[in-house]
Structures are given as structure tokens and as C-alpha cells.
Design a protein around this ligand. Structure first.
Ligand code: ZN
Length: 254
């Protein structure tokens, strides 16, 4: 990952993505921003009890850094529905992934331990952002996202690049009830007694959806282990939400 410092904000980028001048992406840390207390820093989530006006100011800072026209957020429900964003000003809808080819639309996934998985088709200039917690992984949200990119935008999975953002690592992803909660296919990524490597699970799922293994990057940064940079639901329960953003910049040359 490349760590960026700009206007008081700190975010990580996937090197393979940052070569595209028409693309903005960033896995924002909690550094910078205006929130206080449990949400200290750049909290981008409105549903965990923080002051909504402060969150709006945090989101504005993210939008300015992105160079886009709007942050497109979802009402995330740990499912596998994929929203195709075609125009501005849409009320957040219930979905866990969003796809667009629209310049200026900055697709935003909010997390505190779950994965945000960004996808880009460098040839067709289509972007996606998916929210994959363990429930979303079980529901197949990544495969559903790749399918929508194929069917609605004509993308070829072998062309896609993917980046798995900072999230709960195998060090901290303990599942006491994994025999009931996680399918057999995940058990190959069991680490030790009852921990799981969800970074590897997502890699598997993306490869199964047709992506090349060499096109998939993972930040390999655990949110629970690093309280300075990340919000973590497992660590703090009441906490903020990290923003991961991807979009085609407004002034992108064709
Ligand atoms: Zn950890």
C-alpha cells in the first residue's frame, strides 16, 4: 500500500490502481476529521451515534480530497444486492455493492472490521466498491458484483483489478460458532483453532469469479490491531466507520 498524507487526512492506495490518472481511490484511516470521543477522527458513518453535522463535515473533507462531485453511499445490510449508480442525488438504497461508469461519482463503503473491496476495469473504465463482512462473504457479494460488471457494463473478469482494504485479519477473526456460521468452502482458510483468513477467502471468491490472482491485492492491515489508524467494531463496539472510496474523476480525459 502507498500511504498518502493530504490536508490532515491519511489514506492508503493500492499501487496497481494509482497508475490510472483518471481514477481516484483511497482507503481512508481515522486520522484527520472532526469527530470526538468514541468516534475520534474521520468518522464517515451516521448510524453509530455520532453527531450528523460533524459526520457531514468529515464526508465533505473526503469528497474534496477525492476530487469528485458526490459520495455515493449505501444502506449496507450485509447482503449481496448490487446497486448500479446511474445518476446523481439518489437516496441511499439497501445494497452492499455499487457499480458505476459515471465520472464524479465516488463510490463509498463504510466499515469497522468488514472488508471494502474496490474493483476497476481499466479498459472499460468501470468501478465498483463492495462491502464484505463475513455475512456478505457467505452470501457471495463479490461474485454478485463481478456479475453486474459483466452483465451491465460488458466487463471481462480477467481484465478487472481488485483491492481488499484494511479489515479484520486472521489474527483477530475468531469464529467460535464457525461450524454453523461459515460454509465448508471457508474451512480451508481456518487458522489455528477457530480463526479465519478472510483476506484469503475473498481472494478465492474473486478468482472463482474469473479474476486473475495477479490482479488481486490485499492491504493485509488488521483494523482491530491498529487503534491509531482504524475503527474496529470488535475492539470497541461503539465506534466510527472508515470510508473506502473509488471513482472516476470528473475531469478525466476520454
Ligand atoms: Zn488483528
Amino acid at each position: 500500500m502507498e500511504r498518502m498524507y493530504s490536508g490532515g487526512l491519511v489514506y492508503d492506495r493500492f499501487p496497481a490502481f494509482s497508475r490510472m490518472s483518471w481514477l481516484f481511490h483511497g482507503c481512508f484511516t481515522r486520522k484527520g476529521g472532526h469527530s470526538e470521543g468514541l468516534y475520534k477522527g474521520l468518522n464517515a458513518g451516521v448510524s453509530s451515534g455520532d453527531d450528523t453535522q460533524v459526520v457531514a463535515a468529515n464526508r465533505k473533507a473526503i469528497l474534496i480530497e477525492s476530487g469528485g462531485e458526490e459520495l455515493v453511499t449505501l444502506s449496507q445490510v450485509h447482503g449481496n444486492a448490487v446497486h448500479v449508480h446511474t445518476g446523481p442525488g439518489v437516496v441511499p438504497i439497501e445494497a452492499d455493492a455499487v457499480v458505476t461508469d459515471r465520472p464524479g461519482a465516488m463510490l463509498t463503503i463504510l466499515t469497522a472490521d468488514c472488508q471494502a473491496v474496490v474493483l476497476v476495469d481499466p479498459t472499460k473504465r468501470v468501478v465498483a466498491n463492495a462491502h464484505a463482512g463475513w455475512r456478505g462473504s457467505v452470501a457471495g457479494v463479490l461474485a454478485a458484483t463481478v456479475s453486474v460488471m459483466e452483465e451491465r457494463f460488458g466487463c471481462r473478469p480477467a481484465d478487472l483489478l481488485a483491492g481488499i482494504g484494511p479489515s479484520l485479519g486472521p489474527c483477530c477473526a475468531e469464529f467460535t460458532h464457525y461450524k454453523h456460521e461459515l460454509p465448508k468452502a471457508f474451512h480451508t482458510h481456518r487458522v489455528g483453532f477457530n480463526h479465519f483468513d478472510f483476506w484469503a477467502i475473498s481472494r478465492d471468491q474473486l478468482c472463482h469469479a474469473g479474476l486473475k490472482a495477479s490482479h488481486i491485492a490485499a492491504a493485509q492491515l488488521c483494523t482491530r490491531c491498529d487503534a491509531e489508524h482504524y475503527f474496529s467494531y470488535r475492539r470497541n463496539h461503539t465506534t466510527g466507520r472508515l470510508a473506502t472510496v473509488i471513482g472516476i474523476t470528473s475531469l478525466a480525459p476520454q
